[in-house]
Design a binder for this molecule. Sequence first.
Ligand code: GDP
Length: 457
Amino acid sequence: PATIAIIGRPNVGKSTLFNRLVGKRLALVDDTPGVTRDRRAGDARLGDLKFTIIDTAGLEEADQRSLEGRMRAQTEEAIADADAVLFVIDARAGVTPSDAHFANLLRRTDTPIILLANKAEGRAGESGLYEAFGLGFGDPIAMSAEHGEGLADLYDALLPIIDGVEAAEDTGAEAKTDVDVEDAEDEAPAGSRERPLRVTIVGRPNAGKSTLINRILGEDRLLTGPEAGITRDSISVDWVWNDRHVKLFDTAGIRRKARVQEKLEKLSVADALRAIKFAEVVIVTLDATIPFEKQDLQIIDLVAREGRALVIAINKWDLVEDRAAAMQVISDASERYLNQIRGVRIVTMSGLHGRGIDKLMEAAFSAYEVWNRRVSTGRLNRWLDGVLIHHPPPAVAGRRVKLRYLTQPKTRPPHFVVFCSRPETLPESYTRYLVNGLRETFDMPGTPIRLSYRKGD
Ligand code: GDP
């Protein structure tokens, strides 16, 4: 069975929770810190979930060693044995320095952490809940071990972990699971029939968007099926590429032109923006004979600011005579202009001749994957430890900003949050340094990356 450890400072309600889950009143519980004696294990049950629960209450006892030292030893031991940790704080007391100390230890492990804000019955724990969010373990579960509240949420959080461990045990694999608590909701993968990959093709007039789409879909299909629920200026068409389902969003400009065969003189930013918002992946089409014009860069910037996954298609490659020279121009330009999406896939192709479309779609799916990537809090903070040694933030007016820890609360695109003192004094260049470091270390080429700061300890 899975092993789940309960961790937290004295008197937050660990033993009460242990008893609640084990169902027998084995442990002695009292409001006075220090009444529980041992590190105990019990057979726990929550709904249909069965697991071994470990209570680390023993560290409350008086001892010659420092409390900190004992907490560290106990915590590390429990974590090493556990498939997940229930990190308990007292919602009514809020986050104390001692909680923060535990949080610091827990942030450096890859074991999934479920944050429980206990004693939250009624409305007493509201401010504590808010503070608990700042610990960087995602949304805390509000619960009352005493009154049995919040157990359904705890069940939801434990389910994927325990399933993962049991599946691994069934296949004889390593028992420790990697399941990320926040990724628990299992969606159909993009590209399946239920969830086609949503792709938009944008580019300035004449770049070859219509030609590409027509080549993909066949002339007649471009005008098919405006869908309910989508604004009248946009249409989407479904396409199956190599067994993978793709929903292509088309802009008003393309449709109008296909219909009346007239050239649009200017790029409509509103149209492009609307098309981008529908998409998961945006294909930005450039004309190989005049790539990286000002308008092209504006469109790329728009896509990056909207935080979409993207691929750059260099179309009309058939017209290029000196391909080596053209490649050099492209690589210089991307070096110069594409810093915020460093490593983006640039695919040469010809819509007219139907060349490079497979490569383009492979790049689109791989951009989508990177866009969805999530890095565990443990890995992030081990990386941050190294950064703080080798490239700490510069001192401003004689004071150094303290970077405390790092989490990734969101994907699509990857969004990181640094908790630190005085974020407003960090120079822009340091943010760029962190973003580039994250991109390289955690293999996130070509995707827009968000980094924000939060004041906190
Ligand atoms: P859109 O405004 O981006 O939709 O561009 P169109 O698809 O209307 O293409 C503009 C012009 O470029 C047309 O004359 C196309 O025939 C031409 N074109 C588009 N793709 C290619 C290509 O891959 N190779 C060549 N040689 N011409 C292309």
